[in-house]
Ligand binder design. Structure first.
Ligand SMILES: [Fe+2]
Length: 231
């Protein structure tokens, strides 16, 4: 049975230990995500974040030592669930471009979990008068926010468009095959632009929805789109 938590300091300690678990699990999952990613920019972003994650885990050790505890993890079921969901999705998505979009969604779910957890830990450290702890946690929090922003930028600038385009290409190929079989290849069905047929299914409709989305102010996760200096 789990130990009873009866003070904010104990709650803070537990949060730090779950963050150790979180960083360790993310460090284990990122190599798989690097392997699964097809876009070079996305692979690079995951690679950079893997190095950051290893450093973020190490940063927690002196905080636990300062509280008189060993560098041990406490189980964090929520991050396990988020990672597991991402891995299940990876297996289901065959197309590399669409898989990149799925990978970013999974990675952003992880980042948002970490942003919430580090934000809470930082606030509790401040409340407990642990200013140096708060500074360390703030540094990691900023890195997680920057990673989330980078992923949003990659999704909106490159990955979502490529993923949507793949679906459009496949739809056009399907329509061309139907046209070849029925002898209507020049009727408009093969181009996906025939009113009432291709107009509903082809590049026109899905492309326009996706483009409006990319041009909007928010990502799929609601993260505002901001300038990015590139990496
Ligand atoms: Fe992290």
């Amino acid at each position: 049975m789990s130990r009873v938590i009866s003070s904010l300091q104990e709650l803070y300690l537990h949060k730090l230990q779950t963050l150790v678990d979180t960083e360790r699990l993310i460090a284990l999952s990122l190599p798989l995500m690097i392997e699964a990613a097809s876009h070079a920019d996305l692979q690079r972003a995951f690679h950079v974040h893997l190095q950051q994650t290893e450093e973020q885990e190490r940063r927690l050790e002196p905080l636990l030592a300062d509280l008189g505890h060993e560098f041990q993890a406490a189980d964090c079921p929520s991050i396990r669930g988020i990672i597991e969901e991402g891995q299940l999705l990876m297996k289901r998505v065959q197309d590399p471009s669409v898989r990149d979009a799925a990978l970013i969604a999974s990675a952003q779910a992880v980042e948002h979990h970490e942003i919430a957890a580090y934000g809470t830990a930082r606030a509790w450290a401040l409340q407990l008068g642990l200013g140096e702890h708060a500074r360390v946690l703030e540094r990691t929090l900023r890195e997680e926010e920057e990673t989330d922003r980078l992923l949003t930028e990659l999704a909106e600038r490159l990955v979502n468009h490529d993923a949507e385009q793949r679906g459009t290409d496949r739809q056009l190929a399907r329509e061309a095959m139907v046209g070849d079989r029925t002898g209507t290849a020049t009727s408009g069905l093969s181009t996906g632009r025939a009113p009432g047929i291709g107009g509903d299914l082809g590049a026109g409709s899905t492309g326009s929805v996706g483009q409006h989305f990319v041009d909007g102010d928010h990502s799929p996760t609601g993260q505002p789109m901001r300038d990015y200096d590139g990496r």
